[in-house]
Design a protein around this ligand. Structure first.
Ligand code: FAD
Length: 549
């Protein structure tokens, strides 16, 4: 029976310690989630453990684009562009509510990274490699057309532009829907369960000793094969296995800032040059526009990398360079997030030159580790890892089906196409009555599962009852154990509607206390953790205030 509910945690932990799994996955980011789903669909008995909340590592802190990676074309990583480019269409098909087509404007500017002819050719190659349909292929724009497309651009810098196809998404929701779908196919997935040491039998990895970070309970989880998909923590687990040699991780930090839409009212997403030779994105989302990213070497604590005032000033400088009329300042920043790219170290290369290709390591004791890669390429990465696992299990006489993730809709994503998503949004808006304006963001987050939320909201839907209905759904169906799970990763509200979190936090905490049986000490700890998350997203210090770990 699938247990992806915070209300059935103990039952899940009991099963994890009682069973012998075919595969144990360490890490509940997009990579681990993709592996768990691929394995479960093939009939492999799989468990997954995550030491924080699902997606709390890098997979809730990206630019949230399912993209072909135009910059990789510039670095001549043709195979990578081709793979992630064609993956976009697949991920859109299996979750069309969550992976949404979006045109991206690439303004060509004086002294910019891209010239006109090279851009025209590059975007064409990009479309061809990614198999973009002819009607969606790039359009090159004159200077006048570019300025008409985006009147906020600085006229004295703009030489022309390109408009090309990308997809925007929500990284944490994509991770969660993968895990929920895996759980429906029999995977046992638990958050707040940390692998602390490996268990060996006959010198082969045979499981882990794990600790429940919510209760302090310890347990052993046994499996025939163990995969580490621990993102920025991959080298720590390789060290615990005694196999950290050769290639290492190189962590770089990327920061995004969120502005109220009326302060950065772009007509569409844009990817543009900033002084110093890098490029950044600005992406409208609901009542906000977010901007990112920085790319700097990082050595501090991995759980909550800080946003520094230097990061803020860098991004503000970039936006003000191309959109000077807006006069954006620190006071305009509502929220933000910082994430760590788990890249593979290459001698002599700077942060932004490092390859985004994934890498698989196999240790003498049989531990498989995977790191690097992109959100966009998660499905192919998972397929490659599970092929290796299946080949090993085949040596023990087991046979499994090939990967079927390309044709399996994710939870909430059972739509034929974007038109059906739009019809569902209209229907949801009618049901919401005066709150119909919420339908777009609800359908983007939950797809068809909005029906389950509305069923919990009662007859007279108010903003409060809608929020509690979402919360109840996330507790019962999405393993939200903590207030931050709900406000940061299930809904993205700390990033995209921080004022609403401040207004609703007391109500939500009281509801969680009652549903999850928290005592006064737990309630107080949860309140503090949420306050900390709000501060982290919106209160920035200079880099010198953070001592390196
Ligand atoms: P993570 O998401 O970090 O997951 C690893 C998990 O393992 C963590 O949650 C961690 O808590 C857990 N873990 C670690 N140790 C243990 C343990 N001992 N026990 C249990 N669990 C453990 N890609 C795109 O395709 N599009 C983009 O727009 C994009 N933008 C990006 C922007 C930024 C700023 C960054 C940093 C990355 C971006 N990426 C993008 C890349 C993409 O986000 C990452 O490649 C991807 O999220 C990595 O996922 P992961 O599952 O490997 O790692």
């Amino acid at each position: 029976m699938p247990d992806f509910s915070a209300l059935h945690r103990q039952r899940l932990l009991n099963r994890l310690s009682a069973e012998l799994y075919d595969l144990l996955v360490i890490g509940g980011g997009i990579t681990g989630a993709g592996i768990a789903l691929d394995a479960a669909l093939r009939g492999i008995r799989v468990a997954l453990i995550e030491r924080q909340d699902f997606a709390a590592g890098t997979s809730s802190r990206s630019t949230k684009l399912i993209h072909g990676g135009l910059r990789y074309l510039k670095q001549l990583e043709i195979k990578l562009v081709q793979e992630v480019g064609s993956e976009r269409a697949i991920v859109h098909r299996i979750a069309p509510h969550l992976v949404v087509a979006e045109k991206m404007l690439l303004p060509l500017v004086r002294n910019g990274s891209y010239g006109k002819a090279a851009t025209s050719f590059g975007l064409w190659v990009y479309d061809v490699l990614a198999g973009v349909r002819p009607e969606d292929r790039r359009v090159m724009l004159s200077r006048a057309e570019t300025l008409a497309q985006e009147p906020l651009l600085r006229p004295d810098l703009v030489l022309g532009g390109g408009l090309y196809a990308e997809y925007r998404s929500d990284d944490a929701r994509l991770t969660l829907e993968l895990l929920k779908t895996a759980s429906q196919r029999g995977a046992d997935c638990a958050n707040y369960l940390e692998a602390q040491a490996f268990i060996y039998e006959d010198k082969r990895v045979a499981g882990v000793r794990a600790s429940d970070r919510l209760s302090g309970q310890s347990l052993e989880i046994r499996a025939r094969q163990v995969v580490s998909a621990a993102g920025p923590w991959v080298d720590e687990l390789r060290r615990a296995d005694g196999s950290l040699s050769g290639k290492r991780l190189h962590l770089t930090k990327g920061v995004h800032l969120v502005f109220p839409y009326e302060r950065l009212p772009l007509r569409q997403s844009a990817y543009f040059d900033v002084p110093g030779g890098r490029m950044i994105f600005a992406i409208p989302r609901g009542r906000t526009t977010y901007v990112g990213t920085t790319d700097t070497d990082y050595r501090g604590p991995k759980e909550e990398p800080p946003i520094t005032t230097e990061d803020v000033d860098y991004l503000l400088g970039g936006v003000n360079h191309l959109f000077p009329g807006l006069g954006l300042g620190r006071r305009d920043v509502e929220s933000g997030w910082a994430g760590l790219r788990p890249l593979i170290h290459q001698e002599g290369k700077s942060a932004s030159e490092l390859s985004r290709k994934d890498e698989i390591f196999e240790s003498p004791a049989g531990l498989i580790s995977i790191a690097g890669g992109k959100l966009t390429g998660y499905r192919k990465m998972a397929e490659r890892v599970v092929n290796r696992v299946a080949a090993r299990l085949a040596r023990q006489g087991r046979r499994f089906a090939p990967s079927s993730t390309a044709s399996t809709p994710l939870c909430g994503g059972d739509f034929r196409d974007a038109a059906e998503v739009e019809a569902w949004r209209s229907q949801t808006a009618r049901q919401l009555g005066p709150l119909g304006g919420e339908a777009g963001s609800l359908v983007h987050l939950y797809g068809r599962q909005t029906a389950q939320i509305l069923a919990r909201a009662g007859q007279e839907i108010t903003p409060e009852s809608l929020l509690l209905a979402q919360l109840q759904f996330c507790i019962e169906e999405e393993m939200a154990q903590r207030a931050t799970d709900f406000f940061v990763r299930r809904t993205g509200m700390v990033y995209f509607d921080i004022a609403r979190v401040r207004a609703q936090q007391a109500r939500a905490l009281a509801h969680m206390q009652q549903q999850l049986g928290w005592d006064a000490a737990r309630l107080s700890a949860e309140r503090q953790a949420l306050e900390q998350a709000l501060r982290h997203a919106s209160d920035y210090q200079p880099a010198s205030a953070y001592a390196p770990a």
